[in-house]
Design a protein around this ligand. Sequence first.
Ligand code: FMN
Length: 187
Amino acid sequence: MDFDKVVRARKSVRKYLDKPVEEEKIAKCLEAARLAPSWKNKQCWRFIVVRDKKIIAKLAGGINFWAKSAPVFIVACGDPKRSGTRYGQKYYLVDVAIAMEHLVLEAANLGLGTCWLGLFDEEKTKKLLEIPKGIRVVALTPLGYPHPSEGILGKVVKAVVGKKRKSLGEIAYDRKWGRPFSGSSKD
Ligand SMILES: Cc1cc2nc3c(=O)[nH]c(=O)nc-3n(C[C@H](O)[C@H](O)[C@H](O)COP(=O)(O)O)c2cc1C
């Protein structure tokens, strides 16, 4: 798919078809993550692929219960010791987030759905997947073929948080803070 189409096709999918994801497609998503940039090229990320429905049901707990309809879960972890800290900012979070977004965009390119999950029980996840002590779980995503209907949770989230994006003028500044980006190099 054309890159612009991929970026626009990606959306949070909260209902999945009961259809397995081909192993080659899972590998392609992981390969996209593997190629991501990182702090001093330390590649502090580790990804766990979960296909066991019982484990998926446990990972998709609380408010994200809907995610158990997915056939696959990807658990994105980071090793803070393998990344850096600068002015109090922890870069393992940045490293893992970039790699995860590579994965998410490749999934969209392959016609697969994902949904970043930030609300999860880290201790429970670590215990379930035998993740070592110093490793942090940064994000989870279900991975699967999107159901044609967005599902009740999809509708609720859309109604509550909305889909609308801020305009370029609101988020991009020209030359200095607060001067809206106009798309022109002239004053
Ligand atoms: C860091 C992060 C954490 C998120 N956590 C959750 C979550 O726990 N549950 C959920 O349903 N969506 C979660 N989302 C998805 C956002 O709600 C979603 O990206 C946003 O509403 C925009 O919708 P879109 O992804 O369809 O464009 C998360 C997104 C990000 C980036």
